[in-house]
Design a protein around this ligand. Structure first.
Ligand SMILES: *Cc1c(COP(=O)(O)O)cnc(C)c1O
Length: 232
């Protein structure tokens, strides 16, 4: 098989897997796939587009911008899912549809003021450091509701939900337990802001997809299982 065919097949396999898990957990039609194309070239994104994929996740701005520009004619949805320095917010505000990793008010203020008026508000999720790891960014669960209260009035940003990257765990029950905490927090967020359209729980990667779908993920972020391992 050509490289392109392999990626297409991987993408279709991942989509079939998601569909099967949606059925298994009575969640049919509720889980969207975000194809995480970080470090991969535009041709590999194109292979996914050929198989019907529209949403792509990127962590590194320069790497992302090359693809966004090369594929601008295709109307794809770009999701920023990495750590963002405050001096780089403008490019995200101007070129992305989603920002999954918001955890600093300063970044929110800058994205709000830099979002071009002719674009829809920038959708965002609050990043939760659900395992309270030193090495990871995000808010602790106890900070999320107050943080959200400061953001819901920004006119050019739209709060959609929560995102997390838990510790890698092999054990399925343990994976579920962490995602269940996220679901609980998500319900609290929805209850606190009933007038907002809070509908997104961004969680689950190649290694913990099933546990995430079992516990209510609405966007799963898959890189390796579609594009293969990454070379940095
Ligand atoms: C890289 C990355 C992914 C994809 O991870 P895989 O294990 O390759 O599926 C998902 N989410 C975030 C935030 C990432 O940085």
């Amino acid at each position: 098989m050509t490289h392109r065919k392999i990626i297409e097949k991987n993408l279709l396999d991942v989509k079939a897997k998601i569909a099967e898990l949606e059925k298994k957990y009575q969640r049919v039609g509720q889980v969207e796939l975000l194809a995480v194309s970080k470090t991969k070239p535009a041709q590999e994104v194109l292979a996914c587009v050929g198989a019907g994929q529209v949403d792509f996740g990127e962590n590194y701005l320069q790497d992302a911008m090359e693809k966004i520009q090369a594929l601008a004619h295709l109307n794809l949805n770009w999701h920023f899912i990495g750590d963002l320095q405050s001096n780089k917010t403008k490019q995200v505000a101007e070129n992305f549809n989603w920002f999954h990793t918001l955890h600093r008010e300063k970044i929110a203020r800058r994205l709000n003021s830099q979002r071009p008026k002719n674009l829809e508000p920038l959708n965002f999720c609050i990043e939760v450091n659900i395992d309270e790891e030193e090495s990871k960014s995000g808010l602790s669960a106890s900070q999320v509701l107050n943080f959200a209260a400061n953001l819901v009035d920004f006119k050019n940003l739209k709060l959609r939900g929560l995102m997390c990257i838990p510790k890698e765990r092999e054990d399925f029950a343990q994976q579920r337990q962490v995602f269940a905490q996220m679901r609980e927090l998500f319900l609290q967020l929805q209850a606190k802001f009933p007038q907002q359209k809070i509908d997104t729980l961004s969680m689950g990667m190649s290694g913990d997809l099933e546990a995430a779908i079992a516990e209510g993920a609405t966007i799963v972020r898959i890189g390796t299982d579609i594009f293969g391992a990454r070379n940095y």
